[in-house]
Design a protein around this ligand. Structure first.
Ligand code: SF4
Ligand code: SF4
Length: 59
């Protein structure tokens, strides 16, 4: 399942380059997940310092 970005996201941008599918798209308030591309690999969840990414295959 795709990941979701929670409101506690600080828009730090750290997750964007971690996604091998380029499914995290920059946006003004917080990244937008391209659900058609996200494989739920969890790479972004592990890197997020705010714990703002949830879901993926672990959910
Ligand atoms: S779970 Fe993987 S594929 Fe999905 S947005 Fe995060 S890094 Fe990209
Ligand atoms: S790494 Fe976490 S806090 Fe930073 S932009 Fe991505 S979701 Fe938001």
């Amino acid at each position: 399942m795709p990941v979701s970005v929670l409101g506690c996201c600080t828009a730090c941008g750290a997750c964007l380059p971690t996604c091998p599918e380029r499914a995290l798209l920059p946006a003004p308030r917080r990244p937008v997940v391209d659900v058609a591309r996200c494989t739920g690999c969890l790479a972004c969840i592990e890197i997020c310092p705010a714990g703002a990414l949830v879901g993926g295959t672990a959910a």
